[in-house]
Ligand binder design. Sequence first.
Ligand SMILES: [Zn+2]
Ligand SMILES: [Zn+2]
Length: 561
Amino acid sequence: MAEPVRITFLGGLGDIGRNCAVLESDNRMVILDCGQMFSDETQPGVESIIPDFRYLIENADRIEGCIVTHAHEDHIGGLTYLLEAIPGLQLDFYGTPFTLGLVRHKLGERNLQGRANLHTIADGDRRTIGPFDCEFLPVTHSTPSGLITAFTTPQGIILHSSDFKLDHTPVDGRLTDLPRIGALSGDPGIRLLLCDSTNANSPGQSTSESEVGPVLRSIFHEHRNKRIIVGAFASHIHRVQQIADIAVEQDRTIVTLGRSMKRNVAMARDLGLLSIPDRHIVDIADSEDLDPAKTCIISTGSQGEPRSALTLMAAGDSRWVTIGPQDTVIFSSHPIPGNEAAVGRTRSGLARQGATIVHSGQIDVHTTGHGKQQELLALHAVANPDLFVPVHGEYEHLIGHAELAIRRGMSPDKVVVATDGDQLLLTDEGISKDGQVSGEYIYMDGSAQALTEGVLDERLLLGQAGFVSVIAEIDFETREIVFGPIVESRGWASPSERFDLQSGAASEARKALEDELEKSGDVRDMERVSRRAVGRYVAAATRRRPVIVPVIKSYSPSNHS
Ligand SMILES: [Zn+2]
Ligand SMILES: [Zn+2]
């Protein structure tokens, strides 16, 4: 009986984001991606949502390396948190130069360069990582140089699709290596396929990235007398290439805006992944005198991200760009679910200042990076796996992908739908669920400290109606109030009414405390009665329900000597 392989999903199965899996055999582990997810308005103060790394922390001595399949944040955004969670860990990372370039930058931001050994992978490379022989194959996606990984394990080949679409005319000409997958499927055969499910419920086929170029070209032509500002993902180098090519054709000078755009464009040019002639690109600081009709700004912020370059322009707060009727702004991305409102605000802000807006709801200025049903079926057909586990998607995408595979002819007992925290065991008999670890969300704030759900709940409550605090000091010997009660509040009442309301609440609190002092009440009783009295007053006076925080101190003469 061959050694089994255990696969643990720490994130990415059930929600899009924070992809992280652990493959292990013979007591040795390999991490496959380590991503983060971004927060929304319901998670105030949360910078990042990451996997619960407890399983890795407890087994740190068994970790042999981490494969990073591509440069998107949902695949690399968690790795600095992982290194910080395991202080002694020295980790080997494997990825292509572009991916590792962004990894290096992330490590530098947190001063973690010394904790990582970066191993550059070229298309077709093979490496032994821990217990597995890994072969890396090129795959098309919306960021350059993504990698499919074929793990040769004691249980046969496990093929991980990475995020992918099957683009037959990719901008950089780098095709998905379907022939090699076909060869592996013939001999020795593919035992298990782990495959991207993001678009499993979308019929048909995704549009090739190279079809976006002509659409952009026609918009550039139509708006040739205006300054053109294009919002795009900073990691989407192929989109940037197409924008830059059109700008150069129209003899425009290209300016990049937004820190990540500037950095990624510079890195991609250094690596030979992006070609822009030097004379056609200038720094924003040197762009003031440019003729608007001869300028093309490529900017971050197409998702309406707070403080991003486009958002600042929309608010009239950009240090560099003042929007006006001379501008056409192209949003070359779809709003990610959850970002629609923010994108809408950004578009409106730009339009209000006179800009003409072009977005993906009107015309095809964007295409997805994830294959739709026909592409998924094609990969299944070429790989022809014995077993299948859908990965990377919301739960409905995972289910949809499983059904798709079954409709293609896989037997339902060969398909396992797993979610975050599930452990699967691959043995001679097949694959089954075997064990469970935490798949919980870990919320990190700006200083990389974890926040519990309880803290977030409190923040939401505070955000809804503010807080009212009642403070008093009581001498329990003489049974007298020696200080207060005073009432302070934030976010409860408008400044003009706040003072009166606070003193009204304070006199209610005084009455309640005095009544209670007649009895034998202690600090807790005083807190209880003052909370109740203030709560009643607050509700009657304002019909609001702020958080009420009583602070009762016991007076002792020695504190006041
Ligand atoms: Zn992804
Ligand atoms: Zn991706």
